[in-house]
Design a protein around this ligand. Sequence first.
Ligand code: BG6
Length: 486
Amino acid sequence: IQVSPFDLVVFGGTGDLAARKLLPALYHRDLAGQIPDDARIIGVSRRPLSREHYSTFVRESLDQFVKAADKNPAAIDRFVARTDYQPADAGSDEGWSELAALLAAGAERVRAFYFAVSPDLFAPISQRIRQFGLVTPQSRVVLEKPLGKNEESARAVNDAVAEVFNESQVFRIDHYLGKETVQNLMALRFANRLFEPVWNSTHIDHVQITVAEDIGVGDRGGYYDTSGAMRDMLQNHIMQLLCLTAMEPPDAFEADAVRDEKLKVLKALKRIDDRNAEQMTVRAQYRAGSVGGKSAAGYLEDLGQDQSKTETFVAIRAEIANWRWAGVPFFLRTGKRLARRTSEIVVNFRPISHNIFDQTAGHVSQNRLILRLQPDEGVTLEVTIKDPGPGGMRLRSIPLDMSFAETFGVSNPDAYERLLMDVIRGNQTLFMRADEVAAAWQWVDPIHAAWAHNDQRMHTYPAGSWGPSASVALIERDGRSWFEDA
Ligand code: BG6
């Protein structure tokens, strides 16, 4: 179904995110017929480019980041014709009247401003938008992460944006919420009889959430070194996955109902601070090693510095202090330059209450539900069955597997495709509210403070491994082990 006619203004229109994610995602939606004929995409940045130059940038981006099977010359021409460009600078008035004039042609349409720029520019750009009268009742603004560095700076950003846009117009993007498996988690939990009755501490032993990447920091070192794994991945992506796994059923699949429940999870997280950070958290940096058979440099070398206090890996033992989850550990971990790219939520059920089978039947494995976000999205439920054949009762655990690609025979849309269309439709369900962002920082800030106060050890791990041995020790202290290593 087509969305309403819109003008999408991308600040940071010549940047990496626009090239890699936004333009390809919009192109794919256009290819699918979802974008109405007169919709426009207007790139804005400080670079003094002409419209023609920008067309070239758009073409090159699609050429590089759209896979060959989806490249359709007529569709690419049509898409490029929708794009326009206006140089403008948040620090001066230059270019803004021209942008206003361009937008005036679509005053009635949905108007979305996408801030794909550094968060220091969110406030000044918002002010220019107000100064030049660009906000219409149909306007929305999309904020890319990172949303601040801590609670205080996140509040400052949110307050500055709130002077110009009201909360119902603000879309704080966390692209993990646009991933198919993440939405599937909600379908699985709330559209099946089977899971919800056992989704609690009586039946669940522990939960693991892993977002592992094999890539290093590449040329993003400048940004990454001010951020680290905790701010770059854990505070947002992993905590959002945690919320969706742990939240109470909302009364409707509707933006505020869902976000109210996620907020309660964040507020119920047990505090980790100076007293217990050493036991509950591990931070580490990659050193040289080899990934997929190729040698890989260490973080400091990638960064071109001889020292850094920034973690590229973090593991945390989290707990949610409420009736549903009391005593169930949630093990969270993420890192760069790990053994392979894999993201998953693993729900480990408790053992059966009583085993009726004798030793010849073998071990009764615990049920496990695995939600794979990537690379091959899907859901696996591990169940124990009888091994087929006349050999008597022998038990075996097998995966009931639902791979997205195999079951539906289509490749998945990128998360940004779904989320960008939600922005145009005005659906905030998969976007973070200001209070959620603040609550996530309220949990993360004392951990950062404890690392600094206690000068907590920065472990190292060889590129291509599963992280430092301290991360294994963190989970083994609890008598459990990480899923891949099992
Ligand atoms: C981004 C982080 O938010 O997510 C990057 O800034 C990270 O450091 C990326 O590589 C991972 O996203 P995905 O969709 O490739 O898992």
